[in-house]
Design a protein around this ligand. Structure first.
Ligand code: SAH
Length: 247
C-alpha cells in the first residue's frame, strides 16, 4: 500500500484489534512511526513491526504527543498518531489540526475513523441510540462545569438520549451525581440507563439499570453511560429506543 499522506490520525476503536478498520490496520502496518498513549500502543502491539519506531507517553500528555507526531511528519517520516475510539471524538484529531494550522506547518493529513465508545457501548446494550442523541463529556478539566451543566440540562429537557463520556474519576466524583440530579428533574426515574465498562476489552462489564437506581460507584473513567429518552425501554437484557416504526 502506497502511503500518500505525511500524518495519519487513526481511531483504533474501543480497544480490541478486531474492531480496527481495515484501512487503519493497513496504514498502521506501513508507517515509519506510531505515536500514542502508552495503553493504546499496548492495544495494538501485535501490529507493530520491528522496523517501526514508537513514541508513547502518559495521560495528560496529549499536546506533547501531537507536537511529536507533527514534528516527525514535517521531517519526512510517515507517522500514525493514534487515539482510542474515534480520533475526532475527544481525541487527537482536533489538537493536531489546531497545531498544524496555528504554526502554518505544511504536511498532509488523513483522519481514519474508528468506532467510538458510544457506538461500541450501544451495540452491547441492544439499540439505545436509535433516535436523536447527545454526547456530553463530564470532564471539567478543559471545559467549565457551568457550561457542561447547561448542556446536560438542555439535553435532558429536549429528550435526547444522552451518552456520558469521562463520567467519574477518583478525583471527580460529584459531576455524575449532579448529572443524575439534572436528568431526574426532566425524565422519569424509570428511564433506562446502560453502564458499560471496558467495552471490547478484557474485563468488559455491562449493567442495565434505571436513572434513579444508577449506582454511581460502579462508574469510572473506563465507563460509558447511556441514558435513554422518554420512549426507551428495557426488554430482557437489552435497552431499546423505538425509532417509530409500526411493528
Ligand atoms: N476518542 C474516544 C473517547 C475519549 S474520551 C472515543 O471515541 O471513544 C474517554 C472516555 O471515553 C472514557 O472516559 C469513557 O467514558 C469512554 N471510553 C473510551 N473507551 C472506552 C471503553 N473501551 N469502554 C467504555 N468506555 C470507553
Amino acid at each position: 500500500m502506497q502511503l500518500n499522506k505525511d500524518l495519519y490520525i487513526i481511531g483504533i476503536g474501543p480497544g480490541n484489534l478486531s474492531d480496527i478498520s481495515r484501512r487503519a490496520y493497513q496504514v498502521l502496518n506501513e508507517v515509519d512511526v506510531i505515536v500514542g498513549y502508552k495503553k493504546y500502543i499496548e492495544c495494538i502491539k501485535e501490529l507493530i513491526g520491528e522496523d517501526q519506531q514508537l513514541y508513547s507517553s502518559g495521560m495528560r500528555k496529549e499536546v506533547e504527543r501531537v507536537e511529536k507526531a507533527v514534528e516527525l511528519a514535517a521531517e519526512g517520516k510517515k507517522v500514525a498518531l493514534i487515539s482510542s475510539g474515534d480520533a475526532g471524538v475527544y481525541g487527537m484529531a482536533g489538537p493536531a489540526f489546531e497545531l498544524i494550522e496555528k504554526n502554518d506547518i505544511s504536511i498532509t493529513v488523513e483522519v481514519i475513523a474508528g468506532i467510538t465508545a458510544a457506538n461500541a457501548a450501544a451495540a452491547v446494550l441492544g439499540a439505545p441510540l436509535m433516535h436523536d442523541y447527545a454526547v456530553i463529556s463530564l470532564s471539567d478539566i478543559l471545559t467549565p462545569w457551568e457550561q457542561i451543566k447547561k448542556r446536560l440540562k438542555a439535553a435532558a429537557e429536549a429528550d435526547f438520549i444522552t451518552t456520558l463520556y469521562n463520567p467519574r474519576s477518583s478525583k471527580r466524583k460529584t459531576q455524575l451525581k449532579e448529572a443524575k440530579k439534572i436528568f431526574l428533574k426532566h425524565r422519569s426515574p424509570d428511564t433506562p440507563v446502560g453502564i458499560v465498562r471496558s467495552v471490547g476489552r478484557d474485563g468488559e462489564e455491562i449493567m442495565i439499570t434505571t436513572l434513579v437506581e444508577m449506582p454511581l460507584e460502579k462508574v469510572d473513567m473506563l465507563t460509558t453511560v447511556i441514558i435513554g429518552n422518554s420512549n426507551t425501554y428495557i426488554s430482557d437484557d437489552k435497552i431499546i429506543t423505538p425509532r417509530g416504526y409500526k411493528i
